[in-house]
Design a protein around this ligand. Structure first.
Ligand SMILES: [Zn+2]
Length: 154
């Protein structure tokens, strides 16, 4: 069943073959509308690597949060043809800022992004990345200062 111009229901199905409860299906339809806006923005195919996960299937995924937005049919992990995860993340953030897609969760991974329509703002991946860079940058600066000081006999 086609949900939007480019997304069909089977792309969102749980990988363990569980059928979607009615409320999940309603969420998936809303999510598909947002993904279509994302797809139109990039103008290239968008692959859903993980959509709805039945609670049982979600439990088998390493690192997955219990009660994840995926188990509600509100989340999708995405790959966009020819785009880096960072480019996808920034593009989706811009669409949220413009109010073209719902506010929600946005996570940056090495080769994909997670987007969900939980309604409240949640971000991960990027800030953790920046914090690490910031810390290493500060540490590097201190070591360099110490080294130069030592060389100059200060
Ligand atoms: Zn996800």
């Amino acid at each position: 069943m086609l949900l939007t111009t480019n997304f069909s229901l089977d792309e969102f199905e749980s990988k363990d073959g569980s059928s979607m409860p009615y409320t999940v299906l309603q969420n998936v339809k809303e999510l598909a509308n947002a993904l279509q806006v994302i797809r139109d923005h990039f103008g290239v195919p968008v692959t859903i690597t993980s959509g709805y996960r039945s609670p049982a299937h979600n439990d088998t995924i390493e690192g997955a949060v219990k009660g994840s937005q995926h188990t509600l049919g509100k989340a999708a992990d995405l790959k966009v043809q020819g785009k880096t995860a960072r480019e996808m993340y920034d593009g989706i953030e811009m669409l949220i800022d413009k109010g073209l897609i719902p506010q929600g969760g946005l996570g940056l991974y090495s080769n994909r992004v997670h987007y969900d329509i939980r309604g409240t703002k949640a971000r991960w991946g990027v800030s953790a990345d920046n914090a690490k860079k910031g810390f290493l940058g500060v540490l590097g600066g201190l070591v360099l200062t110490w080294f130069i000081g030592k060389q100059m006999g200060l």
